[in-house]
Design a protein around this ligand. Structure first.
Ligand code: BG6
Length: 481
């Protein structure tokens, strides 16, 4: 068995603008949907960790005297700390760094002329990365959009968004043609099914039937994504562009064929998204599902052509946990970032109840590769945990090292089994704001940031124990695992 990862393996870390940057009203940036998401303390959440914003909350977010705080507005202030942060990533030996471009920083209102100050900010960030030979891996859309597009169009339900988004994508492809080689279109494109606000700028209570609306909105994203693939190829033939899926590896609760069938259906619903983006058309099972649920997608012939002709170069995905399903009766459920499944008695859970399953990652890598034979890129994986600074001023995050170590070993196994894996970017290499709960106290980083859930703190950076561990993993190209 080969102990080293393939030559050129892209080791690194992954983030998103709205969880990292801060500077929400600086450099001409417009308000984004993420800036409107309040922090709800755990006691008030009643176990509901999913992100949804009601019309009421949305309105309140505009008020300067709102009683809520909005942590994605300050993130961890990468806007002012990017040089220091990138130097730390370089010290760990990162080969790549995943970040997203905030649409509202480039087009403050989503339409009109691009904002030069916003474009220049990402120029500086990319230049800083390239100074250390770190390849930027850039997501075009990661859970945010200009709020004016919610006000004016109700988000992605409006077809007009395709044009606006592809104007944005064309602008950034052209601007960063010589700086960015790896692109992703929509982060976790399947998230729109459960988090239409986060992923599609759609406020649930403004829709009569959100379940139907979200599939139309998704269709618009599929088309926008395919147009972006086309633009990217035309503007920079050397670049590679991928799709991004929240991969939900799902096991049947028992060998009862009913449970197996139910699980197959769940898995199909997850593969639907990559089927469209990799194969270029809607699979039959989803057409039957739409029929059965009375969902009609408005789709032109031109849309179908665009989807078919502009499939992705590689598949990227996030993986945090596996899920369990049964045909019923249904037992206790375990939470996840956006999705939940039944409790798996063979697995331990994180402090947030996410079920830790490193072997599931190997299973998923094999399944995805068997299905598509395209290179795979794990662009999110990691452990959100409460970190404590001990009496010596250190953060001994062995739990994080264990989690990452186990997952990386399984990736290596999958590579040895013949799966093509381009790289691995662990989620939140520096602590950032959680997408689901808007906490910062749920930390993923190798680098600690001194800030609390209310934005109090010095924002000073500090290495955790896992920092040197990850550095050695990268240095040895995985051999020390
Ligand atoms: C993924 C998202 O769903 O999970 C990230 O793409 C997110 O944006 C990550 O941060 C972890 O979820 P959470 O809720 O712990 O931040």
């Amino acid at each position: 068995m080969n102990k080293r990862f393939p030559e050129g393996f892209l080791w690194g870390g992954a983030t998103a603008a709205n969880q990292l940057e801060g500077g929400y009203n600086l450099g001409g940036k417009g308000l984004s949907t993420a800036d409107m998401i309040p922090f709800i303390p755990k006691e008030e959440r009643n176990g509901d960790n999913s992100v949804h914003v009601t019309s009421e909350q949305f309105k309140e977010a505009y008020l300067s005297d709102s009683e809520r705080v909005y942590p994605k507005r300050w993130g961890v202030d990468f806007y002012h700390h990017y040089k220091e942060d990138i130097a730390l990533f370089a010290e760990m030996g990162f080969k790549t760094f995943r970040l997203s471009i905030s649409w509202a920083r480039i087009f403050p209102n989503g339409e009109g002329e691009p904002n030069e100050e916003g474009l220049a900010f990402y120029d500086r960030v990319f230049d800083e990365l390239l100074k250390y030979d770190i390849e930027p891996l850039v997501t075009l859309s990661h859970y945010e959009m200009p709020v004016s597009l919610v006000e004016k169009y109700n988000g992605w339900i409006d077809r007009h968004l395709i044009d606006l988004f592809t104007t944005f994508s064309e602008t950034v492809f052209k601007r960063y043609r010589n700086k960015v080689k790896y692109w992703l279109t929509f982060n976790e494109i399947n998230a729109i099914a459960l988090a239409p606000y986060n992923a599609g700028g759609m406020i649930n209570d403004r829709f009569e039937d959100i379940d139907k609306a979200k599939y139309q909105a998704l269709h618009h994203q599929f088309v926008a994504s395919a147009i972006a693939v086309k633009q990217c190829r035309e503007i920079n033939p050397d670049a590679q562009i991928g799709c991004m899926l929240a991969r939900l590896e799902t096991y049947p609760e028992t060998a009862n064929p009913k449970d197996v069938l139910k699980t197959l259906k769940e898995e199909q619903m997850n593969f639907f998204y990559t089927d469209v983006q990799v194969r270029g058309y809607y699979p039959n099972f989803i057409k039957s599902y739409f029929k059965e649920h009375d969902i009609v997608i408005e789709m032109t012939e031109e849309d179908e052509k665009i989807l078919l002709e502009n499939t992705v170069d590689f598949i990227s995905f996030s993986y945090y946990m596996s899920l369990v399903e049964s045909a019923g009766p249904h037992g206790e459920r375990a939470p996840g970032n956006l999705f939940s499944g039944l409790k798996n008695p063979y697995l331990k859970s994180s402090e947030w109840g996410w079920q830790i399953d490193s072997i599931g990652l190997r299973v998923t890598l094999n399944k995805l590769y068997d299905r598509y034979q395209l290179p795979l890129f794990i662009v999110e994986n990691g452990l959100g945990a409460i970190d404590k600074i001990d009496e010596n001023g250190n953060i001994e995050d062995d739990y994080r090292i264990d989690y990452l170590q186990e997952h990386l070993v399984q990736i290596r196994e999958a590579i040895n089994e013949g799966v093509e894996v381009m790289g691995y970017t662990s989620w939140g290499p520096i602590d950032i704001i959680s997408v689901s709960t808007s906490e910062v106290s749920k930390r993923y980083g190798f680098i600690y940031v001194d800030v609390d859930d209310y934005g109090n703190g010095s924002f000073e950076r500090k290495k955790k124990k896992s920092f040197n561990w990850y550095k050695e993993v990268i240095e040895s190209n995985g051999e020390i695992l």
